[in-house]
Structure formats: structure tokens, C-alpha cells
Write a protein that binds this ligand. Sequence first.
Ligand code: VGL
Ligand code: ZN
Length: 203
Amino acid sequence: MTSKETSSRKHLDLKTGDALVAVDVQNDFFSGGSLTVPGAEEILPVMNRYIEIFQSKGLPVYATRDWHPERHCSFKSQGGPWPVHCVEGSKGAQFHPDLYLPDYVVVISAATELDKEAYSGFEGTDLNERFLAAGIRRLLIGGLATDYCVLNTVKDALKYGYEVFLLIDAIRAVNVRPEDGQNAIDEMTRMGAVPVVFNMLSE
Ligand code: VGL
Ligand code: ZN
């Protein structure tokens, strides 16, 4: 392996065509919320640094949010697997107050249909069309939760042909089974997502 190939694994140079995708950094997934993701708090300062570096380079940031109708099919009360969470317009559905969201961030609401679960930010949204219109070719993806919405957003991104960098230090898993998060990371990397951490970006 040449030194260039070696170093390309340790460093990621952000450039035009790159976009950051912050998946579902919403109150209900944090402690005190209805569908707590263990360790979710730990991603906030890291995600904020990713957002700041994108902002400083004039690169786009997209924030997806789980945005369910009040009786969404994924809720236990409707026969689904989850407690009521991220109901459209509710406090729990708001982005975490400590998430740094510059004014230009594009917000994408997903899983808005009553009878349809959608763990991918692409599903039932115009995310792909927006990326195509903006000339986006590479995605840096982090957020919540590793084993659901991050996993499925990454899989769709790869399916649509984007180069995907998985923000290992800015994701956390629900871990219904304790191995779910690691299995999801393994699956994403097997499919071609490249795991990165923040210090690979800083000059
Ligand atoms: C999610 C479970 C249910 C997620 C959303 O954002 O990963 N997980 N709804
Ligand atoms: Zn949900």
C-alpha cells in the first residue's frame, strides 16, 4: 500500500459535493424522553463539531427528524414495537436544545405517514432529489439510532450511489439486543460505508 492510500484512511478532506446528515437528534431519544437511546448525550458535542466544520467550509447540513402522527403504526398502542415517540409538533419531537443548528440547515421530516414505518431519511421524503439538485455526492452520516434510522439511511444512501462516511463518534444504538449497534456498524461497513471519527477531518 502506498503512503497516499495509507493516509487516505486517516484523513478525510471535506470538499464541494459533501453533505452532513444528522439523523433524528430529537428529545425523545435522550434521557427523559420516551425512547431513550443509551449514551445519546455523548454525541451532542461531537455532532456540533461536525456541524461547525461544515458551516465553516460553507458545506450543507441536513437534519432528519422522526415525525409521526399521533397514532402512528409503530406505537405499541397501535400494535407496533415502540412507545409513543416523536409525535409531530410535540416537545419530544423537537431537536435536542443543545444541538447546534445554524439557520441554513435543511430539516427533513420522515415517517410521517400513519400506516407506514420508515427508518430511512430517504423513504417518503425528497432527500435524494435535494441531494441531486445540490450536487451532493458524498454523505457524512451520524445521529440516532445506529440500529434503526442511521442504519437504514446509510443503506439507502449507498443504494442511491452516494459515498458514505459513517460518523462512528456521533452515533448511538437503541440496542434492543445488546449486539444490535455493533451488528449495524458491521453491516454498514460491509456494504461500503467508511467509518470515520472527528479528528480525521481536522487539519
Ligand atoms: C428510530 C426507533 C423508532 C430512529 C425511530 O430514529 O432510529 N428508532 N423510530
Ligand atoms: Zn419512530
